[in-house]
Ligand binder design. Structure first.
Ligand code: ADP
Ligand code: MG
Length: 565
């Protein structure tokens, strides 16, 4: 990544460059609360070109402005929004009118942004939450799922299915598509078949999985009971006036009908929701068991991100679910597990492994051509006609193909490129917006990773940054450790051993934040030499936004000390 291009400093200076163009910008203007009419007259003076000029400058600085905000650095971006917004509004808003007209009491902050030709027709289509109706290049996988699951519509138990593939290969989208089809077909033919989707990244313990299933089925059962009660009660009141109406029903006598009504009411009372914590697991399990077995049905339980569940809580859940069928009387369940980790079955009990993996379906990564098709389908709905130059989709596809064929990344890129174009008031999304989007996404990832590092790792990383900023190349572990120690003393943090610091460096290496290689120093042993793999300025800003590290006011002396040592 080009480090210089998107540093906050560069952004700030460009920002102020944009404002200087507007000679009318005064201190008062920077204060969003100022509403003096004469101030607005001044704004009214600023010519349209001035307003456009500031727009143009925004296009290149929005990325930097975002970083300011994310990193919580008290930046100029706030000021920028305030003044920039007003500048933009000035040509369109009649401020004399504003004072008198109660109905139009905004200052036009959004008017200008709204008035431009929008690039998007329907941006939601590019978001991960959208389930597409068409999934190009997944026909084989979808057909295989359907071939296995069709048994459910015949009242038989489908084989369990295990789906594998890296992130962004369309597993969740395909599985959801198939389950929607399955449920709608089951309604069409009136066969009791239900699909339960659970995301195990969110619901990540056996207790929670079973509780969620139990409560879902309890709720469904309550609805079934309520329906039946309503019909039975109607029948009851008709039969009270005219007993022969019972003739055509399953109830021989009024007493039988009453007994049935009592029974249903008792069932409804008995069903107790599982609390989010607190019950013994076997009680949760038996509650789920009884709820699902309350009436005849085939249930497909989709466990998405199943590898996360196993990683966090072992394979008990899968073991318990996979042996349920032998004990259920009325219902049948089938499990569809979805995993991002190709090797996760290695950790499973062999019985679970063979039961869960009755059928396996692999989702290979998409290549660049396939990603193009996927993007083209979505872009047709998401963007206005002619909103993209010809090279936009191929470039998004190419970037994402490098990223292990990740369709999510491809869509993110396309959406972000569109947003950047829109913000810079461009008429059309072009190649440069895709490149900016690629940088922004990569930077967002880095910022997020760095922001969530444990404090000790942040201190280690800060030491590396200080060295790098002082022009040290091939930084070695000892150098990092020395600076690290001094930083710890400065902020009163525990000092870890050099051994532990070396481990933390390895972790930073694995996260792609530093790039470390082991070098042999002959008979002096081995050491690690490293450099920073992420942009210095942004990373430093994120580190300093941590309240503890923010206390380090002037780190220069530490680095100087290194050279004195
Ligand atoms: P996974 O579950 O394998 O990580 P997803 O199913 O969540 O991947 O797909 C990631 C994103 O890419 C989603 O927005 C999805 O709609 C989209 N996507 C994946 N494959 C296709 C495809 N073949 N056609 C259209 N969109 C797709
Ligand atoms: Mg998924």
């Amino acid at each position: 990544m080009d480090e210089g291009e998107h540093t906050p400093q560069a952004g700030e200076s460009e920002n102020s460059g944009g404002e200087i163009e507007n000679s009318s910008t005064t201190d008062e203007d920077l204060d969003p609360s100022t509403e003096e009419p004469d101030g607005s007259a001044e704004r009214g003076d600023s010519p349209t070109e001035g307003s456009n000029g500031s727009r143009r400058s925004h296009s290149d600085t929005d990325i930097a402005a975002d970083i300011d905000v994310d990193a919580d650095v008290p930046g100029d971006s706030d000021v920028d929004v305030g003044s920039g917004g007003r500048d933009r509004s000035s040509p369109d808003v009649d401020f004399d009118g504003v004072v008198l007209d109660d109905g139009d009491d905004n200052q036009g902050l959004f008017d200008d942004l709204l008035s431009g030709e929008p690039i998007f027709e329907n941006k939601e289509v590019l978001r991960p939450s959208y389930t597409p109706h068409e999934l190009p290049h997944r026909n084989d996988q979808i057909n295989r799922m359907a071939t296995i699951l069709v048994s459910a519509l015949r009242g038989e138990t489908p084989s369990n299915i295990l789906i594998y593939g890296k992130t962004g290969t369309g597993k969740t989208a395909s599985a959801k598509f198939v389950s929607q089809e399955l449920e709608s077909t089951s309604q069409k033919y009136d066969v009791p078949c239900e699909v339960e989707y659970i995301n195990c990244e969110v619901t990540d313990t056996q207790y929670r999985v079973l509780a969620q299933l139990a409560n879902t089925f309890i709720e469904k059962n309550q609805r079934v009971i309520a329906d039946r009660l309503e019909t039975h009660r109607e029948l009851r009141s008709e039969a009270a006036d005219d007993p022969p109406v019972l003739a055509g029903t399953e109830f021989a006598t009024l007493d039988a009908l009453d007994a049935r009504i009592d029974e249903l009411e008792a069932d409804a009372d008995e069903m107790e929701e599982v609390p989010m914590t607190g019950w013994p697991t076997d009680r949760v399990y038996s509650t789920f068991f009884e709820a699902v077995d309350y009436h005849e049905r085939v249930v497909v339980i989709m466990l998405d991100e199943i590898d996360k569940l196993v990683e966090k809580s072992g394979d008990d859940t899968l073991y318990n679910l996979s042996r349920m069928n032998s004990e259920l009387d009325r219902s049948r369940i089938s499990i569809m597990g979805i995993s991002n980790d190709l090797k996760f079955t290695d950790f499973l009990d062999p019985r679970v492994k063979s039961s869960l993996g009755e059928e396996e379906i692999v989702f290979p990564p998409y290549d660049a051509n396939q990603l193009r098709d996927i993007l083209q389908h979505r872009a047709d709905i998401a963007f206005k006609e002619e909103a993209l130059t010809d090279d936009v989709i191929p470039l998004c596809a190419a970037f994402a193909a490098q990223e292990h064929g990740d369709a999510r990344r491809a869509l993110d890129l396309l959406r972000t490129a569109g947003e950047l174009a829109e913000r810079s008031q461009a008429e059309i999304v072009a190649e440069k917006h895709v490149r900016q989007a690629q940088d922004k996404i990569e930077l967002d990832r880095v910022v997020e990773v760095v922001r969530t590092l444990p404090t000790q790792s942040k201190i280690v990383l800060f030491a590396v940054i200080l060295l790098e900023k002082n022009g040290v190349h091939n930084i070695n572990t000892g150098e990092v450790f020395n600076i690290y120690k001094r930083l710890c003393e400065e902020i009163d943090a525990d000092v870890l051993t050099q051994r532990r610091v070396t481990d933390l460096i390895s972790e930073l290496d694995m996260l792609g934040i530093v790039n470390a290689v082991v070098v042999s120093k002959g008979r002096y042993g081995r050491t690690k030499e490293m450099g920073l793999s992420v942009p210095v300025e942004e990373t430093e800003a994120v580190l300093l936004s941590d309240s503890r590290l923010g206390d380090i006011e002037n780190a220069q002396p530490f680095v100087q000390a290194r050279f004195d040592n």
